[in-house]
Design a protein around this ligand. Structure first.
Ligand code: 13P
Length: 251
């Protein structure tokens, strides 16, 4: 049985002091030991502060990106060891905003994934089709390309530390959530693809999250789908009350 995961991607929001205020309030609102795993992804500059406040709690911490080298002359980049020392155990890789605005290719996503695993971070590889691809009926081809490129050279033992987030680009920040049955069908396809490339046991274990306009109102219906193991929340994770409501709705 895969444990449900509720993850909050704050994107480029919150300073360290705003992060601290959020965490204090959020911890007041959720059970000390929620049945789901909760992960917060603040910006790099808030990781250290978040790590300090989350250390005594069950809430996990992750970064929104990672560079594929361990260190070196890469101005502006952040290595997995830096995230780890702040208390991060997870990292988002290949979010659609990075693919669109920062030209991240599947090759770069793959290098980041490998670096994260070597740095003992559990990567969440984000995949999803655009509205044009969705309308053209080419969602599966898009996902297939992102999966085969992103997971290139990843062996079954490495797959065990990877999570997948299916985030249709047309559902991100639009208020237009994928219908639970549609999200289920696509995520079932992703799981079948994993079974084909690896094996049934790996496919059964890999956590697959849905992301795109998640709110407390649609949490239950999405999580009721057999292949949806969790939610990657953007906008609704910025307010401690709305994020706590999602955690509580997932119980
Ligand atoms: P929204 O929940 O704001 O649609 O964002 C989803 C997302 O991109 C999470 O990574």
């Amino acid at each position: 049985m895969r444990r449900k995961i509720i993850a909050g991607n704050w994107k480029m929001h919150k300073t360290p002091s705003e992060t601290e205020r959020f965490i204090r309030k959020f911890l007041d609102l959720v059970p000390k030991e929620p049945s789901c795993k909760v992960i917060i992804f603040p910006p790099f500059t808030s990781l250290e502060r978040a790590g300090r406040f989350l250390a005594p709690t069950t809430v996990e911490l992750g970064a929104q990106d990672v560079h594929f080298h361990d260190n070196g002359a890469f101005t502006g980049e952040i290595a997995s060891s830096m995230i780890k020392e702040c208390g991060g155990n997870y990292v988002l890789v290949g979010h659609s905003e990075r693919r669109t605005h920062f030209q991240e290719s599947d090759t770069i996503v793959n290098r980041k994934l490998v670096a994260a695993i070597h740095g003992n971070l559990a990567p969440i590889i984000c995949i999803g089709e655009t509205i044009t691809e969705y309308r053209a009926g080419t969602t599966k081809q898009r996902l297939e390309a992102q999966l085969s490129g992103g997971l290139s050279k990843i062996d079954p033992s490495q797959l065990a530390s990877i999570l997948i987030a299916y985030e249709p680009v047309w559902a991100i920040g639009t208020g237009e959530t994928a219908a639970p049955a549609t999200a289920q069908r696509t995520i079932e396809y992703i799981r079948q693809w994993i079974a084909g490339k690896y094996n049934a046991a790996s496919a059964d274990m890999v956590p697959i999250l849905y992301g795109g306009s998640v709110t407390a109102a649609n949490t239950r219906d999405l999580l009721a789908q057999p292949d949806i193991d969790g939610l990657l929340v953007g906008g609704a994770s910025l307010d401690p009350h709305s994020f706590a409501a999602i955690v509580i709705a997932s119980e």
